[in-house]
Design a protein around this ligand. Structure first.
Ligand code: FES
Length: 156
């Protein structure tokens, strides 16, 4: 049995073998592996005795349940109107150039994934980005690059 299958088994054991466990189990997998692999989704369907289609549709409905591999640090730059007007494009371009990836991509060393997000609730302090669970308001290009630099120096 693969490590993914074992992890799914363990999550199902902890959350219970019922239909209601689907979300917590999927979230648990994303926490462990950073994304939902095909293998993990198949295992969940088998363990919870539900259809693979149901697992897929739940996963694609919730955008935070990533189904493609992600980096260790997930950057989400707010793209909604206030942050847009306050210069989110410059921030995204600067991050994209510094990391050499486009929005939606992951760096080859798997350290960063660059994404956009809808309003993060910090409009009065835009432009704003979220890295993992940490919010960074009042961004300038310089500030955004410094923040990324600090993450790059964290132990891998
Ligand atoms: S518009 Fe960016 S945080 Fe609300």
């Amino acid at each position: 049995m693969s490590t993914t299958q074992l992890m799914v088994k363990d999550l199902v054991k902890r959350n219970g073998r019922t239909r209601n466990s689907l979300m917590p189990v999927l979230q648990g997998i994303v926490q462990e592996e950073n994304f939902l692999s095909e293998e993990a989704m198949l295992s969940v369907a088998e363990e919870l005795d539900i259809s693979v289609a149901e697992v897929y549709s739940t996963a694609s409905f919730y955008t935070f349940l990533d189904t493609v591999p992600r980096g260790k640090n997930i950057i989400r730059v707010c793209k909604t109107i206030t942050c847009h007007m306050k210069g989110k494009d410059e921030i995204i371009n600067a991050l994209s150039n510094a990391l050499k990836i486009k929005v939606g991509e992951t760096t080859s060393d798997k350290q960063f994934t660059l994404l956009t997000a809808n309003c993060l609730g910090w409009c009065h302090k835009g432009p704003v980005m979220l890295i993992n669970d940490d919010i960074y308001p009042d961004l300038t290009v310089e500030k955004a690059l410094d923040i990324i630099g600090a993450y790059s120096q964290k132990p891998k």
